[in-house]
Design a protein around this ligand. Structure first.
Ligand SMILES: [Zn+2]
Length: 245
């Protein structure tokens, strides 16, 4: 667990990040890793002197299996409310699915690192069927009234209802999979989009970054890769350069 700003903790699951926000005694969990990362989330919460059932709110950047684990589990076990973008609510419910499946990776299976990665995520529960039947929509503007007061930033593209979360008081932005800094299937480190095999939304992943540039955040906690101290506008510019736009 890595405190990236006062009361903002990055927690590493299986090749994916979660974030805990501490506000006084109260906690919010943003994203929950793979299904078997629940115990990682529980350990982190207990290390902060709280119990999983004490977490007041669960936030999801998007309803991909590697972000839903502890969110779905705590919601089911303790009735903790889950919030996500209004569009993503139906995805979390699994009215439809916008996620890569094992066959999507077959064409690249010979590439270095792909097979071990597939085995690692399979062990972490990547093939489990997880749904969140009753997620609530975040407000259209302003902060969500939960510990840490995160402000949702619609970044539709990676999934049709993907949202980032901005913590203006800390200069932190939690970018989910809209912008990452590394991935097992990527050869480069630093600000980047995920490999296109992971994008299934109807939006444009590059255009979605427009919503992040003006935030003025200097600490980026991505869904995948390490936390990065860099102005978000510079990070977005690097992604655009890498993508040739
Ligand atoms: Zn994703």
């Amino acid at each position: 667990m890595n405190e990236v700003a006062s009361g903002v903790f990055q927690v590493s699951g299986t090749e994916v990040n979660m974030v805990l926000l501490r506000d006084g005694d109260a906690l919010t969990l943003i994203d929950g890793g793979y299904p078997r990362d629940v115990e990682v989330a529980e350990r982190a919460i207990r290390a902060l002197g709280r119990r999983p059932e004490d977490v007041e709110a669960l936030l999801l950047t998007h309803a991909h299996i590697d972000h839903m684990g502890a969110i779905a589990a705590f919601h089911e076990q303790y009735g903790t409310p889950v919030y996500t973008d209004a569009v993503e609510v139906a995805h979390a419910r699994r009215d439809y699915i916008e996620q890569a499946a094992a066959p999507d990776f077959l064409p690249m299976i010979h590439r270095h690192g792909v097979l071990p990665w597939l085995l690692r995520i399979a062990r972490a529960g990547a093939t489990k069927k997880v749904t969140i039947p009753n997620a609530r929509a975040v407000p259209d503007t302003g902060a969500i009234d939960v510990p840490g007061a995160p402000v949702p930033v619609a970044t539709h593209g990676h999934t049709s209802g993907h949202t980032a979360y901005h913590l203006p008081q800390h200069g932190v932005v939690i970018t989910g999979d809209a912008l990452v800094t590394g991935h097992a299937l990527s050869k480069v480190r630093g600000p980047q989009l995920l490999p296109p095999v992971f994008d299934h939304g109807t939006g444009d992943t590059l255009a979605a970054l427009d919503a992040l540039t003006g935030l003025g955040a200097g600490t980026i906690v991505p869904g995948h890769g390490s936390t990065l101290s860099m102005p978000i506008a510079d990070a977005v510019a690097q992604v655009r350069e890498r993508s040739g736009h």
